[in-house]
Design a protein around this ligand. Structure first.
Ligand code: TXA
Ligand code: MG
Length: 324
């Protein structure tokens, strides 16, 4: 199988039909969202969900996010309290995933939730949201990369990783945010940050007037999907670098590294003007380019820990973690 790549430019209606037909047949498809490309399939169809796990080589105990067309669809699958509804109204459609108690009436298949009593859900922006509305059922979608590899921010990335394992990739151009959604669990009046992502923690705190609880130590390791080595490039990764060794690939931020740059195998700057949004949008593509340069080591300059920097640093730390 080699994936057919369909551009969404001036072609949305045809793409909606083609994609819906594939989803009805239980086939996973490569789908752009505002965060990263997803590998999407019908969240109510166990064969379709199995096909996602198989294509990615993903461990089945790691649950998937179910994507909804809107809050009304989401209310049929999970139980919202006032705080969760406030977050949904403020941040959807968008890069915020809510972990909430599964509703008894939900048709989301237990394979998608790994049998948990909670489900992770979000309403994506743009074409993905329109496709879900057109298809009429939630779509389970992890990032469209082989398990453990860097998430895709372009159709070409999806084709490079999964092109021989899936039939259809929709090409919506590079994704605008570039890192995965922020995941929070809402329990009563408590919001716990499970994964930093495209919505900065500070924005959630400002919208709710609450401080986010954060997982630490063993709670973090035991949370579903928080495997520490993730997003792994082939090259070794050294973070918070200010110096530089010839022959390595260098990923700078805001032009902090000056010495020895001319001897680098490759020099990229996530954002020459030190803009964290631009840096997030470039992050995964630059990691892939640096890896493809053949350099044995990728050295990355320090990135501030504020706003989207929290998500950027989280992904960099996972990419640098010792491999299992
Ligand atoms: O931006 C995104 O979130 C992208 C796009 C495609 O929407 N999706 C994505 O999915 O990043 P994935 O599968 O790569 O990451 C989903 C994370 C996993 O770490 C999983 O363990 C966690 O969400 N998760 C899913 N259900 C959960 C639950 N009920 N409780 C806690 N964590 C959950
Ligand atoms: Mg992923």
């Amino acid at each position: 199988m080699t994936a057919q790549i369909i551009s969404l430019k001036n072609n949305e209606d045809a793409a909606l039909e083609l994609a819906s037909a594939a989803l009805s047949r239980g086939e996973p498809i490569g789908l752009p969202t505002e965060t990263v490309y997803g590998l999407a399939a019908d969240a109510t169809n166990p064969d379709a969900i199995s096909a996602i796990f198989e294509a990615k080589g993903r461990p089945r105990f790691n649950p998937l996010i179910s994507h909804m067309a809107d809050l009304a669809m989401a209310e049929r699958h999970v139980v919202f309290n006032d705080l969760a509804r406030l977050l949904a109204e403020k941040f959807w459609p968008g890069a915020l995933t809510l972990v909430l108690p599964l509703a008894h009436s939900s048709a989301i298949h237990p394979l998608a939730t790994a049998g948990l009593e909670t489900a992770a859900i979000r309403v994506p922006e743009g074409f993905a949201g329109r496709l879900i509305a057109h298809y009429g059922k939630p779509l389970a979608a992890p990032s469209a990369n082989p398990s453990g590899k860097i998430s895709p921010t372009s159709a070409a990335h999806v084709a490079g990783g999964l092109g021989e394992r899936i039939g259809l990739i929709l090409d919506g151009g590079p994704t605008s945010i570039g890192v995965e959604s922020t995941i929070v669990q809402v329990k009563g009046e408590r919001i716990t940050l499970l994964r930093p992502g495209g919505v900065p923690a500070e924005e959630i705190e400002a919208a709710t007037g609450l401080r986010l609880a954060r997982l630490s130590g063993s709670a973090r390791v035991n949370a579903p999907g928080m495997l520490s080595s993730h997003y792994a490039p082939e090259a070794g990764l050294i973070l918070d670098a200010l110096g530089y060794v010839p022959g390595e690939a260098l990923i700078d931020f805001g032009g902090q590294i000056i010495a020895g740059k001319d001897e680098a195998r490759l020099v990229l700057d996530l954002s020459p003007t030190a803009n964290l949004r631009e840096a997030a949008a470039n992050l995964f593509d630059y990691l892939k380019q640096a890896d493809a340069s053949g350099a044995p080591v990728i050295r990355v300059a320090p990135v501030p820990q504020t706003g989207l920097g929290e998500a950027i640093n989280d992904r960099l730390r996972r990419a640098a973690a010792p491999r299992e």
